[in-house]
Design a protein around this ligand. Structure first.
Ligand code: RP5
Length: 355
């Protein structure tokens, strides 16, 4: 039966209404589901964020330093014989250095040098021996006046509660020649000036860059050339160690007269000022004395005398652990103790000098 125009016009809105209801009926469940999902997700994330509040203090207060340990595998820390001894390390091939590689056959030698066993004030007692406090050192924290945190991060303890060298196996356990279990903190002052002739900077023929010189000492223990660094005493600030070690090894301050000590103190104030100090490195040192349970970490700081006026007044004189002291040209061919040439490379990069 046909509808006239007026009837058709009345029916059209009805169709539209039905169509709209149909669309709504089809889409509503999906829309509601979507809204539900968004709401649930929002609530869950709110709840989680209130559960997992950030921890207000670090569980392990170890430092992570921007200029820290370079990605490298330690080599000198695996060399034999162990310094000042005939002790041979258990040979550790490169692919077994990492603790993450299981190695059932690994049998490192337990070695502590007599000088450490004698219990000098700079050494920890052997907490494994009878009669010692059962607690032992408090690792990964400031333990009284001893800083047992590591620049590398939070280090692990093994099944015997001995700290684990964060750079991996060395072939020797216990402390060898090192006094502290875990990190043994040192400081390395890198005092530099430009090499000059007739007042002009000397330019290297090949690199075309000016040559830097640094104060180098010859270590008495191994005869190798090195930066005049040393261990941080318990409770001592690194800035104080830098000055003390430089004074003792490069200026023989230990035997200086009172008058000379006063002069040095004044001179140090200008050379080792905070404004001049540029931290070059803070982290693990590939030192030949390192063991699985004791290792050296250092803060290497550069004090550069651009005009050569202040360090020029230094009357270099070796003392304490140094057999000899001199200004040395910095060049990549230098063979230095531990990872000291790595620190010098960074200094040349900082000053745009020859390497
Ligand atoms: C190195 O050993 C450090 O970089 C620092 O120069 C030195 C500290 O040991 P001692 O000179 O006190 O023996 O690893």
């Amino acid at each position: 039966m046909g509808l006239n125009v007026r009837q058709r016009l009345r029916v059209r809105p009805l169709y539209r209404q039905h169509l709209w209801h149909l669309i709504m009926a089809t889409c509503m469940p999906y829309t509601s589901l979507l809204v539900c999902c968004i709401w649930i997700r929002h609530s869950v994330s709110l709840t989680l964020s209130s559960w997992y509040k950030p921890v207000p203090y670090k569980v392990c207060p170890a430092l992570h330093h921007g200029m820290g340990t370079p990605l490298m595998i330690h080599v000198k820390a695996r060399s034999s014989p162990y310094p000042e001894s005939q002790v041979e390390r258990y040979p550790v091939p490169d692919n077994y250095v990492s603790w993450s590689i299981p190695w059932a056959e690994y049998e490192p030698l337990d070695y502590t040098a007599d000088i450490v066993r004698a219990g000098p004030e700079w050494a920890d007692p052997d907490f494994r021996e009878e009669g010692q406090s059962e607690d032992g050192p408090r690792f990964n924290t400031l333990d009284g006046r001893i800083d047992r945190t590591s620049f590398v991060g939070c280090y692990e303890l093994d099944e015997d509660k001995l700290p684990r060298n964060p750079m991996g196996r060395t072939g020797i356990t216990s402390r060898g020649l090192l006094g502290k279990w875990g990190p043994n903190h040192a400081a390395d002052p890198i005092v530099t000036r430009w090499k000059r002739e007739a007042g002009e900077k000397v330019i290297h023929e090949q690199s075309g860059k000016p040559i830097l010189q640094f104060v180098a000492i010859k270590r008495k223990d191994c005869g190798e050339w090195a930066i005049p660094g040393g261990m941080v005493d318990n409770g001592e600030l690194v800035s104080a160690t830098l000055k003390r070690e430089f004074g003792e090894e490069a200026l023989d301050s230990l035997t200086a007269s009172k008058h000379e000590k006063d002069r040095l103190r004044r001179l140090f104030q200008s050379i080792f000022s905070n404004e001049k100090a540029k931290e070059v490195f803070a982290g693990y040192v590939d030192d030949p004395r390192n063991t699985d349970s004791a290792w050296v970490e250092t803060v290497a700081t550069n004090f550069h005398d651009d005009t050569g006026d202040s360090v020029g007044q230094l009357d270099l004189q070796s003392g304490d652990d140094a057999g000899h002291v001199q200004w040395s040209d910095i060049d990549q061919k230098l063979q230095l103790y531990a990872t000291h040439s790595h620190f010098l490379k960074r200094v040349t990069e900082m000053w745009g000098a020859h390497w």
